[in-house]
Ligand binder design. Sequence first.
Ligand code: A3P
Ligand code: MG
Length: 613
Amino acid sequence: MRVLLRERCLIGKLDFADASTLSTAFNRKVVGQVRGTRSGFASSGLVLGRTKTGFLSQNVAQRSRKLANSCKQTPRLDPVLGSVRSYWNSSGDLRSAECGWRNPKFGSAQGSNPQQTQKGTGPRTAQAQQSPVDSVLIQDNAAASSDSAVPDTEAANALPPRQVEEAASTSQSESESNGRGITSQELEADPTYPEAESSSNARSEREDPTKEPGTTTSAEFSVREADERGLSRGDQEYVRELEVATYAVHLACLLSQRIQRDILRDREQAKLKKDQSLVTIADYGVQAVISYILSEAFPQEPLSMVAEESSEALRGREEMPTLRKVVDAVNDCLSNSPLVGLPVPSEPLSTIDVLKAINRGAHEGGKKGRFWVLDPVDGTLGFVRGDQYAVALALVDQGEVVLGVLGCPNLPLRKEWMRYGHRFYRAAEAFFPPEKGLWHKGIVFRARKGGDGAWAEPLISADVTLESVRAQAMRAFVSPVTDPAQATFCEPVEKANSNQSLTAGLAQGLGISTAPLRAYSMAKYGMLAKGDAEIFMKFARGDYKEKIWDHAAGCFIVEEAGGVVTDAGGRPLDFSRGRFLMGLDRGIIASSNPFLHRRLLAALDASYDSSTL
Ligand SMILES: Nc1ncnc2c1ncn2[C@@H]1O[C@H](COP(=O)(O)O)[C@@H](OP(=O)(O)O)[C@H]1O
Ligand SMILES: [Mg+2]
């Protein structure tokens, strides 16, 4: 028997559709299934890796589908990094495979051996018995499938010599040692790790940003070739405001990203505010950074801003450590100002400066004058869960939104990735690291009244310069789909934030057949603006009052990308009535075009009529 190849893989509770998405996005295939128990519950998932063509047999596909159906109710198997080792017989048929991984939660290396895995009944090692995830990779035996039969010589030639090892035997002891968990460092050091292929594919896609919708581009949204900055064309009003706002959002996203990493590493935590909503260092820090940049850039008039946070919760001796962290995060972030072409403050901001900057967000809004509208971290729940969130900034002039910038640091360019939690993306990212500087996630949308529509650009970082951000910027267009049956709708993840049974009924009434795309935050407006979804619906429960900062920037971006946003009565959202969206009829709906919007309004009327009969 041949031991063919040790491969990096991603193991997780994926259903078959997720796995196909993953395989498209990262050029990997479903190579098997994993089953085990965790805390006494059965758990199962699929293993994704790269292997020879033909490995994915009919059989695997069918079994995966069955598995996906049967394990819907089982607890989640967190995605982990692992490796797959495949065993082939002398005629090149796949006999079995084993899988090893290091469970990050329990810190133990784990694995399975081929004898166990094939039968599922073999003797278990002490380690396997004790391990919280009793891992057994059941590899589909594709030997029976002619499409996977690859002659020995071909198999050997297909791989670099050091990847092909003759297995002396498949004895228990060897299997145990081969099946041990592989750390990501070990994998990193392994020159056989097949990352070159995925990187070059991604690059070749990126190099052709002018593909038509429907073809696979790196951005997956309708793209026109980025021309010389849209900022210099058309009406010149709000040009400078948009420029500063965009820089401020880029910079603030760096702060939020750092804090999100700290939260995921348990170095930082969210706290509950008086109204029981979550707040983090990032909410205060982002608000302070954006407020500071805007007031420095427009010193002629005092900054008026309607923003979510106030420094009230930072008062008191016991809050001193939190306040210190906020001040440090703000100064650390502002020290990166040159990345967006802004000067570093001559002196670090003091605690008072930071508190003042936060408190500039207390404006009451209204019909008169100009004011900025900021949600520093929209979707705080998604943020603390390591998922989607948005930094959203808008400018309202005489009661009308005239500019919007929406930073979505975790929004992937490929829409397929939105089908499941961002944790898979993080695992895959760690596992199949994309080429440095490659734009695969993190989008800043921007638009201004009188400009030339909505634009999307990559988030700035240490690896992505401002020039490169500008060079990759592209127009964002809503989806061209008009048939509701082809449409996808998106909505909040949390049932508490929107009535999901109502939206399910409406979707059914419209003939939408795909499951809703659920995502945290205003990233959903971004998804609409780039054509990932055609409809957005949010119907808050009870007497919840929507805030203007939760919609201003996103709503404007969608409209500038060609979409329509109204309340459930078909009226435009009114941002001129204070800090809340007053007079809202039932909920908020957005569509990629007026045709779909009319259909949605009709479905709403029908559902309202039937529910009030
Ligand atoms: N009970 C409720 N009903 C509707 N929206 C709510 C809500 N509680 C909070 N929200 C708003 O929903 C936003 C999150 O949106 P989503 O559910 O789409 O992720 C929250 O933003 P923050 O997280 O900035 O507070 C908050 O403003
Ligand atoms: Mg919000």
